[in-house]
Design a protein around this ligand. Structure first.
Ligand SMILES: [Zn+2]
Length: 490
């Protein structure tokens, strides 16, 4: 009988690697999602590839998961502060579009990137704007229980009422303030106190606004995640993930208000997992730095989205990664080699769990040895670099039976999520060809796109459809956006 390795994860709460033991039948997992005011950049997407790896690890072990990823479409102030304008409202003014348009457009863009990166869909993607009533009720309970005070700028959580405040950040309040560079707020008693409700400034009228016991306004960003996660996963749940930038403030505040709300003396969430930053040169890419590259920039340059996923998995999620042209080139070359070797072995067996992989490798000791290496690697705080190494070994190991080899490759990819069961070398070649389009070819495509736009304006639908078919034949995918059509090569 093969041994099953116990899943061990690095818990930011306490800063140590611990056995993961689910509290119930289904593991509740909440991942902080995007604020949908701009395109997600490559650094943002690292958090979702990480959460996806965690989900795949749980599936591998046979653990059922309920995964919730929120969409913040209101309440997130510029610079993550307590006062000032919402990111979405600023974007709406800049782009001369409605806030709802902005939210819908950038939510779609987020989903496009999730799909391109082969990220398993979450069970729920709650929109913050749909939970404002519950947020007001939550804040009202904290208010009634004496955890708050009111200022003209809103309702604030009084962190002096929480003796364990900041435990997750493991820093003194002073150090934490330094890290978070909190703004000055008139009347705030402690710098760590944070807004549960952000009231409108007198004379200023928000676009998205709700009435509350503390005046017209919008919920605070931290409050949103506590309310949506409890609404969809129950008061206590197993795991909460996010980028490491959330560890010092956003998650600290989520914990403070949630434990005050529950008041049962138990930790609200037992496991807190954080992925490290992606570095672009010397600059971190977690925050919107304007002009940070997107996944679409990579695909336009001829890289397959899976090359980016492979690049991320080549490092441990808790290590900072340097995104450089050489690194993504190397990932694309590795992906090409993998696919070239694996395609002749297709179809791969449908192996998603450890139990299925063990059954599929019975009687093949070499395959079971590699499988054990893979199981040990994922159980050791999701060591994806070691799984990639085992995958390479599976392609070289002469003692493997053909079926054992297929099963090991499928098992590795159930955890890596590179889509190796279906990718073919041509998928990469095609993208390479698009990068090599000549200026003339590009101009020809642009002209066709412009002709179609004209045909649509003339309401000549037959001609518009005919041009779209022509573009389709050239391998051009066209998407109509509020800013006009956007095209890319398949
Ligand atoms: Zn959050």
């Amino acid at each position: 009988m093969p041994t099953n390795h116990q899943l061990r994860l690095y818990n930011s709460l306490g800063r140590r690697t611990e056995d993961f033991v689910p509290a119930g039948q289904t593991t509740g997992l909440y991942s902080c999602g995007p604020t949908v005011y701009s395109f997600p950049h490559l650094g943002n997407m690292r958090a979702y590839v990480f959460a996806d790896t965690l989900r795949r690890a749980l599936r591998w072990q046979g653990t059922a998961v309920r995964h919730v990823v929120n969409i913040t479409d209101v309440g997130h102030a510029v610079a993550d502060s307590d006062t000032g304008e919402d990111k979405l409202e600023v974007a709406a003014a800049r782009e001369r579009r409605s806030v709802l348009d902005i939210a819908a457009f950038y939510t779609d863009a987020f989903f496009v990137d999730l799909a391109a990166l082969n990220i398993l869909p979450a069970d729920e993607y709650p929109r913050a704007s749909a939970y404002v009533e519950q947020m007001i009720e939550f804040a009202a309970k904290l208010d009634k229980d004496g955890f708050t005070y009111q200022l003209p700028s809103g309702l604030y959580f009084d962190t002096s009422k929480d003796p364990g405040y900041g435990e997750l950040a493991q820093m003194s309040a002073e150090g934490q303030l330094e890290a978070a560079r909190l703004e000055y707020v008139e009347g705030r008693r402690r710098k760590t106190d944070f807004a549960l409700w952000r009231a409108e400034d007198p004379g200023q009228r928000r676009v998205l606004r709700w009435d509350s016991p503390w005046g017209w306004g919008a919920p605070g960003w931290h409050l949103e995640c506590s309310v949506m996660s409890m609404a969809l996963l129950g008061e206590h749940f197993d795991m909460h993930t996010g980028g490491v930038d959330h560890r010092e403030l956003h998650h600290v505040n989520e914990i403070a208000q949630s434990q005050a709300f529950l008041g049962d003396g138990r930790p609200w969430v037992r496991y807190w997992l954080h992925n490290e930053f992606l570095q672009l040169g010397a600059q971190k890419m977690a925050k919107s730095a304007g002009g940070a590259p997107r996944l679409a920039d990579l695909t336009e340059a001829g890289y397959h989205p899976m090359a980016y996923r492979l690049f991320l998995l080549g490092g441990h999620y808790r290590s900072q990664l340097d995104f450089t042209p050489a690194a993504i080139d190397a990932a694309q070359a590795t992906l090409r080699r993998l696919i070239t070797r694996i395609q002749p072995l297709q179809p791969l067996p449908p192996v998603e769990t450890r139990a299925a992989a063990q059954a599929a490798t019975e009687g093949d000791p070499a395959a079971q040895r590699l499988l054990d290496t893979i199981d040990e690697a994922i159980a050791a705080d999701l060591s994806t670099p070691k799984i990639l190494a085992a995958l390479q070994d599976a392609l070289r190991e002469p003692a493997l039976t053909p079926d054992g080899q297929r099963a090991v490759i499928a098992a590795a990819d159930a955890l890596l999520g590179l889509g190796l069961a279906t990718l073919a070398p041509a998928d990469l070649e095609h993208r390479r060809a698009l990068a090599d389009l000549s200026g003339e070819e590009k101009r020809a495509i642009e002209e066709l796109v412009a002709d179609r736009t004209q045909a649509r304006q003339d309401k000549d639908w037959a001609r518009a459809d005919q041009i779209r078919a022509q573009l389709d034949e050239l391998g051009v995918d066209l998407t109509d956006t509020p800013d006009g059509p956007v095209w890319q090569l398949r």
